[in-house]
Design a protein around this ligand. Sequence first.
Ligand code: SF4
Ligand code: SF4
Length: 358
Amino acid sequence: MIGMSVSDKILNMYFATHQTCNLMCRYCYIPEEIRKSPRTKDIQIIDALKLFIAKVEFDGFKIGTFCLHGSEPSLMNAETMCEIVESVNQHWTKNNVNGLNVSIQTNGIRFTKEYLNILKQNLENPKKLRISFSIDPPKKVHDYLRNNSYNKVIENMDEALKTGFPVGILCVVSNETFKYMEEFGKWLKFYNNMALTIGNPYKIKFKFATGIFALNENEMEKFSNFLLESDLLRFTQILTPGYCIQRGNECIWYEFDIFGNCYSCNKAYNNEGIFANWKKESFETIVNKRRNLYISEYQNSDCAECDYELLCNSGCSLDRHYEGKMRGKALECTLIRTVFSESEKNGKHIYDIINNKN
Ligand code: SF4
Ligand code: SF4
């Protein structure tokens, strides 16, 4: 067996606290019967986290990036969330891990002024919790896909910005967004201007919907040209260096839930996605299993000869095209090929685009 490198001993991860949710989005990845199951008790979450950290340390590993996830993690009380932030920070301090902060991916419904105030009072500094809101602009698209929650979520996000929490925005682009792309672009630019002026939101990104909400290839090509012409490419995950999806079959990320289940990430958050149990197996075994999890996923033979393979590696193993001539190519293949071939015609190199140089 090949020995583990230092970076293998760092676990960049989601910690999944719930399976239930307080919103019924049309494209949710959690099966409905699970979403409606009883809510996790806060004490179960805290106990599981303590056990998790003790096991990580006992096995000689460290937590790296730590993001609360798992349907809707803000279903816990604000005080419990502060306790989590505190425990993870203690682990980082004890293990000389510097420069990281706990984050949460949320639908935003529960981050009211009251909830944010409790967080602020109990955390030494609001910068200790990065809150990433899932928003699918413009309003009519968000309300259609995310159960009429736009006004509430924007109100809460604005409050979080005002209170000084670092705010992230993650959007999903679907065939609904395609109908309103100009408005989508204006919305992104509005928050990007805010980011440039006050440094918050600290991150704005979008990814693409899959299944019945996915753009077809014709729409993807038009959308790609729109992004190029409107200077919006920097907001795509696939063109942002460092995202797991660029590593193709060699992606490394983890989602650990409070029951002991290990998944590659939220995209595999169902029974078939469980590949190990952190309560029963060592982290060395888990890391080795994870490394090989998608290694043999089908990749289209065109990818090996593609000029953009270094950037894409056939994309996320769980979100590829599954049929026809595109089978085994990244969901974003048409976007990548369209924007790079168009830009190269204008003398712009692939590196300039991904490094956002004019
Ligand atoms: S399966 Fe896809 S989303 Fe999950 S870690 Fe791998 S590349 Fe990332
Ligand atoms: S851009 Fe398309 S063809 Fe090229 S490596 Fe990615 S998925 Fe394969």
